[in-house]
Design a protein around this ligand. Sequence first.
Ligand SMILES: Cc1cc2nc3c(=O)[nH]c(=O)nc-3n(C[C@H](O)[C@H](O)[C@H](O)COP(=O)(O)OP(=O)(O)OC[C@H]3O[C@@H](n4cnc5c(N)ncnc54)[C@H](O)[C@@H]3O)c2cc1C
Length: 504
Amino acid sequence: MTTAARTAPAQGTAEREDAGHFDVLIVGAGVSGIGAARHLQDHFPDRTFVILDAQDNRGGTWWTHRYPGVRSDSDLFTYGYRFKPWRGPSIAAGDEILAYLDEVLDEYDLRQHVRYRHRVIAASWSTEDRRWSVDVTRDDTGQQVRFTTGFLWMCQGYFNHAKPYQPRWEGMERFAGLIVHPKRWPEDLDLSGKRIVVIGSGATAATLIPAIAGKAEHVTKLQRSPSYWFAPPTTHELAVTLRSLDIPEEWTYEILRRQYIQLTDWLARTAREAPGDLHTFLIESMRPLLPEGFDIEKHFTPRYRPWQQRIAIVPDGDLFAVLREGKASIVTDTIESFTEHGIKVSSGEEIPADIVVSATGFTMSVLGDVAFTVDGEPVDLAERVTWRGIMISGVPNMAYIFGYFRHSWTLRVDLVSDLVCRLLAHMQDRGATMVVPTLRPRDQDMELRPWCDPENFNPGYVMRSQHILFRQGDREPWTHLLEHEQEREILPKADLEDGTLVYR
Ligand SMILES: Cc1cc2nc3c(=O)[nH]c(=O)nc-3n(C[C@H](O)[C@H](O)[C@H](O)COP(=O)(O)OP(=O)(O)OC[C@H]3O[C@@H](n4cnc5c(N)ncnc54)[C@H](O)[C@@H]3O)c2cc1C
């Protein structure tokens, strides 16, 4: 049995203050929660809802990540919601994304529904009462309060905002410099004249390095193994043309969305059907951007197929530019130990450092680490099966949002929200107050598979957490499909009466 996934019964029943009842309770005021709220409000203007978030402000990821250069690594024309055109450049800074979310909150009058510093600890479903009791710790007042709701919509994202992944390396304690995690970037960190080592091979390192390279004496990117990179221009020519024609912004947005969706479909399809071709394309597109004679084989040739992990986007090739200018360099090797003045790698080389940035990623959090119980029974998520990547077997009146890895996260926010709203309307039509994803007799013996097939997608943070994640079956609807190309056909037509959803 897994410990982290085993959920405990709700506690502190007696002393919790009643915080009221809402038809729908949304956990998370990030991109997913704000999108879910807008779709809900649009479909059901008369239903009451509340959005609870543990942070002190909106934006989730975009609020908690403040390291220099923080930006999107997918295009904003598909990262934007279907209902709200994105008017900026295709790759956006964290602040620009927050400003976009602010506009959504204001235009749809959603701020009044959000309660910040409300951390959801436990949720208990009662079939008799047809409601969830949701136990919350208020980080502002320290109060323990309880909401009740008819439908719980988990929009908590996928990682623990308070605990970034920080591996331990031998000798860390004797290092005389500073070790920083990008998630906890000190606002007043002075980089001038400093030798900086950034450990990591993902999007964070790629974003951070060009942003700090000009300020530090030198930045070394230390990676255990290489990743795939792609360097599109930030200025999208078609966007410039369409905008110059003074046509409605909604049209421009829709055209650019379709173009980006098509491009990402092509990338995902080529990764599946002709991985060798995509590999060659990605490597060759980098070659002219790198310094003459650069060891591409060693530093830029991954050991996995393209898209088995995210392809890191380098807008306008800014990371390559700082390599060309000699402001940054790359070492591909494993860390043997920290020394007093740097890091020693397996080759025996010691990389001098005043500051080490550990861009080592996330610790995954499954459904916000909320302890779920159903009719008094703790829910062990690792023993459950996902229903279309949206609900969980045996857990009534609860949906969750988990976006795409390969396409923009938000494309799935819109699709899942459509389905959840259709389900709520269907329940109303049927006169049902409860819906439970339930394995049909013919599903009982199906093969259970990991939530994420490592052959398909295998970044470190997912692989480290597979044991606490719910699982997939070998057939629909007990699957979580990763491709937008498939889901945009399947989800709108998903049969809500196929026997896998039991209504009461
Ligand atoms: C630096 C960075 C860049 C990224 N760039 C892209 C990109 O370009 N394209 C892309 O598709 N994806 C990108 N991602 C992935 C990104 O996480 C998603 O795009 C998206 O922001 C997730 O939104 P969310 O609302 O689902 O989750 P989050 O942003 O994680 O927000 C969830 C919110 O729920 C709250 N919460 C969680 N648990 C609880 C609880 N128990 N009680 C109360 N509140 C809770 C959290 O406090 C948080 O505010 C990026 C991620 C990072 C870190």
